[in-house]
Design a protein. Structure first.
Length: 97
């Protein structure tokens, strides 16, 4: 029995776009996360301040990071799907590698 990939491989014409978008989204998230770390290092007592619905800044910022990561993932998935579809139309049928 041969062990082959479950799906056929095709040339991905959108790889440059997907890579560039992924790097920019990573950098954006890293900057926002660095802000969270910086507050914890520079002014840790600020994290105790109540900011929303009786929750402190640490909880709100932390949950915000999680939600932001999910939103970025959805945006990335949709944007890449649209670009792949556009490239598929532009290049016609999928070409095997």
């Amino acid at each position: 029995m041969l062990h082959e990939p479950a799906a056929e491989k095709y040339k991905d014409h959108a790889v440059d776009y997907k890579t560039r978008l992924g790097v920019w989204m990573f950098l954006l998230y890293a900057i926002i996360y660095a802000g969270f770390v910086a507050i914890n290092v520079i002014k840790p007592l600020l994290m105790e301040k109540i900011v929303l619905f009786g929750l402190n800044l640490a909880v709100v910022y932390g949950m915000g990071l999680i939600v932001f990561a999910l939103v970025l993932a959805i945006i990335y998935n949709r944007a890449c799907g649209k670009r792949e579809a556009a490239m598929h139309e532009l290049h016609g049928t999928k070409e095997a590698e």
